[in-house]
Design a protein around this ligand. Structure first.
Ligand SMILES: C[S@@+](CC[C@H](N)C(=O)[O-])C[C@H]1O[C@@H](n2cnc3c(N)ncnc32)[C@H](O)[C@@H]1O
Length: 200
């Protein structure tokens, strides 16, 4: 399993050098679609910058494998009530239900078999009409594909990530019965943020 502990301290810096504010902008784009009192599951949130965007009525579970990332996220000022859970999503189980699931640059860490079990698990914890905010890389041309390859090489070396390429996330959302409500493009259209509704 990938271990992001080693790069947790430099993660935001590297992200900013390469993408400026675009990753944050994409991640935060649909957060205003969450009404007050929402129950939210954030998976693989990393250093937790996203946590500054919630109000005091919102209740968040923050599921993250890396202890070093959780330590950083714990320092972020947020108005919401947050519970941090250090766990591997592939082993995590829960009987709770959520109004929203958020996966910011998280699904890119997994191969297709793993994604199938993650989709089943996350669909299962979403309320019947719950929504899923997904943000990740969706390369549109050869230069962007090359950039993704270089990023994978970096993560394979620095975190021992086993995944080597992006899956077709759109197919997974379709297969697991999610309806795309809206999407927005960032960073030369290479990054997409999408909000889906559970319809199954
Ligand atoms: C590419 S980083 C994205 C971090 C953050 N969301 C961002 O956009 O900057 C992926 C994050 O997912 C976490 N992660 C990777 N595999 C995981 C797993 N199996 N279970 C839970 N979290 C995991 C990593 O620790 C890391 O923080």
């Amino acid at each position: 399993m990938a271990n992001f502990n080693r790069i947790a301290s430099s993660y935001d810096f590297l992200k900013k050098i390469i993408f400026g504010e675009q990753i944050e902008k994409a991640t935060n784009h649909f957060l205003n679609q969450m009404p007050s009192n929402s129950k939210i599951l954030i998976v693989g949130g990393g250093t937790g910058k996203i946590l500054g965007n919630f109000d005091s009525s919102q209740v968040i579970k923050y599921l993250e494998l890396s202890k070093a990332m959780i330590n950083r996220a714990n320092e972020v000022k947020s108005n919401a009530t947050i519970e941090f859970i250090q766990s591997d999503i592939l082993e995590w189980t829960s009987n709770e239900k959520y109004d929203f699931v958020i996966t910011p640059f998280f699904l890119d860490c997994f191969n297709e078999d793993q994604l199938n079990s993650i989709f089943l698990k996350l669909k299962n914890v979403l309320n019947k009409k719950g929504k899923w905010i997904q943000t990740d890389f969706y390369p549109k041309n050869k230069a962007q594909v090359l950039m993704i390859k270089i990023m994978y090489a970096f993560f394979i070396l620095s975190t021992n990530l086993k995944t080597k390429e992006l899956a077709n996330f759109d197919l997974f959302f379709e297969k697991h019965q999610f309806l795309l409500l809206r999407k927005a493009l960032f960073y030369h259209s290479m990054v997409e943020s999408k909000i889906y509704q559970n319809i199954g």
